[in-house]
Ligand binder design. Structure first.
Ligand SMILES: [Zn+2]
Length: 365
C-alpha cells in the first residue's frame, strides 16, 4: 500500500460545535512510525468530556483514541510489534493510546510511562498540529514513535479490538490494583463499558461473586452477561445495599470496591461497602472538580487501601488483548459497540454517546 497525498478527518472548532470534514496532507513516514488505514474508532467517555468542554482540548480538535486499523505503510526500523510479532502492510493493529516524547524519570525509573512528562495522547491534539492525522475520527492515523503496537489476530472483530487500548487495558490495570484473586468478592460502581469489562476481568481472575451498581436499568440487565452476579440500583440507600450484598460477601463485605462511574458521591458509598482491610480503587473521575467529603476515620479504622488508577502500563495492553481473545466466546464483547456512524455523522455519534442513548458509538470512516 502506498501513502495517498491527503486524507479526510472530522474535527470541531469549539466545544459542542458541529463536526466539520477537512482534508489534510499525509507526509512520508519518519523512522519508527506507521501509517494506519482506520477501520473503526470507538467513542470513549473522555472524548465526550473533551467535546463538552469539561477539560481543555486544543481546537480544531480531532478526537478518537480507541482506534483499530490496518497498516498502510511502515517507517524505517519498525519491523515488529511490542512482543516481537513481525509487522507488514495489511496487518490489523491496536496501539497504546499514548506515546512519550523521550525517556523520562517517570517512564524509566518509576516505570509509569503513562505519566512521563510530555506524554501525548492520540485524539487529544489539534488537527492543525502536524502530522495532522493523530486521532481516530479520520481515514488515516499515524502511529508515532514511542507508542506500543500489537498485531491483532484475524478472528478478533474491530468491535472487540477497538476498546482494547483504552477501556480494556485500563480495567486490566484496575483489576490488578484491586488485587482480585480466586474467591474474591467485588463491587463495581458503574456498569458502562469499563464496569462490564471490569466484571468480566474479575471473573476471569477468579472472583467468586461480582456485584454491579448502576442507576440505568438497561445496563443492569446487560450486566449478567458480563459476569455480574447481582446488579443493583446505584441510587439505593447504602444500608439497603449492604443488606442486599451481605450474604454474598461473607463474612464482612466485599474484598474490593472498584469505582468507574465517575460520580464523586460514589466514594462515600464505596468506603461503607468495602470490608475491613479491603481495597478501594478509584478510576472513573477523570475530570477536575470531583470534590468529596468523607469520614477519614473510616479509612483508618477499616485499614483500607485506596488507590487511583489512570491509564495503564504497556504490559496491560498485551494482557487486554490476550484476555479478549481468550474470553470472546464467554462474554459478548462485540455487542457493546452498538452503533456505527460514518465520518460525516460524527456530530450525531458524539451526541448519541454523550446522552447515553448508545453504549459505545463507533466511527467507521
Ligand atoms: Zn478512553
Amino acid at each position: 500500500m502506498s501513502i495517498p497525498a491527503a486524507s479526510r478527518l472530522a474535527s470541531y472548532s469549539a466545544p459542542n460545535a458541529e463536526f466539520e470534514i477537512a482534508s489534510y496532507p499525509l507526509r512520508p513516514l519518519a523512522a519508527g512510525e506507521a501509517l494506519v488505514r482506520v477501520s473503526m474508532s470507538t467513542i470513549c467517555r473522555s472524548d465526550i468530556h473533551s467535546y463538552e468542554g469539561h477539560r481543555p482540548s486544543p481546537c480544531p480538535a480531532l478526537p478518537g483514541h480507541e482506534i483499530v486499523g490496518a497498516i498502510a505503510a511502515l517507517g524505517e526500523g519498525l519491523t515488529h510489534d511490542m512482543r516481537g510479532e513481525p509487522l507488514k502492510p495489511g496487518d490489523r493493529v491496536t496501539w497504546s493510546e499514548y506515546f512519550i516524547p523521550a525517556d523520562d524519570y517517570f517512564s524509566e525509573v518509576l516505570d509509569m510511562p503513562q505519566k512521563a512528562r510530555g506524554v501525548e495522547k492520540y485524539g487529544h491534539m489539534a488537527a492543525t498540529t502536524p502530522p495532522h492525522h493523530h486521532g481516530g475520527f479520520a481515514e488515516y492515523c499515524y502511529i508515532l514513535p514511542k507508542s506500543w503496537i500489537l498485531r491483532l489476530p484475524d478472528d478478533l472483530s474491530d468491535a472487540e479490538a477497538a476498546p482494547l487500548n483504552c477501556g480494556v487495558a485500563t480495567m486490566v490495570a484496575v483489576t490488578e490494583a484491586a488485587d482480585i484473586r480466586l474467591g474474591s468478592t467485588v463491587v463495581i460502581q458503574g456498569l458502562g463499558l469499563l464496569g462490564l469489562y471490569g466484571a468480566a476481568l474479575a471473573k476471569s481472575r477468579g472472583a467468586r461473586f461480582v456485584v454491579g451498581l448502576d442507576a440505568h436499568p438497561g445496563r443492569r440487565e446487560l450486566a449478567g452477561r458480563f459476569g455480574v452476579d447481582l446488579a443493583l440500583d446505584a441510587a439505593t440507600e447504602t444500608a439497603e445495599l449492604q443488606a442486599a450484598i451481605a450474604a454474598h460477601c461473607l463474612p464482612a463485605g466485599p474484598d474490593a470496591v472498584i469505582e468507574v462511574c465517575g460520580a464523586p458521591e460514589a466514594v462515600a458509598v464505596g468506603l461503607d461497602l468495602v470490608r475491613t482491610g479491603g481495597t478501594f480503587i478509584l478510576a472513573g473521575m477523570v475530570s477536575p472538580g470531583a470534590m468529596i467529603t468523607v469520614d477519614a476515620n473510616k479509612i483508618v479504622r477499616k485499614m483500607l487501601s485506596i488507590r487511583g488508577v489512570h491509564n495503564y502500563h504497556p504490559r496491560h495492553l498485551i494482557e487486554a488483548l490476550d484476555f479478549a481473545v481468550a474470553n470472546r466466546l464467554r462474554f459478548p464483547f462485540s455487542e457493546l459497540v452498538d452503533a456505527r456512524y460514518p465520518l460525516e455523522q460524527a456530530t450525531r455519534a458524539m451526541r448519541d454517546a454523550a446522552s447515553r442513548r448508545v453504549l459505545r458509538a463507533a466511527i467507521v470512516p
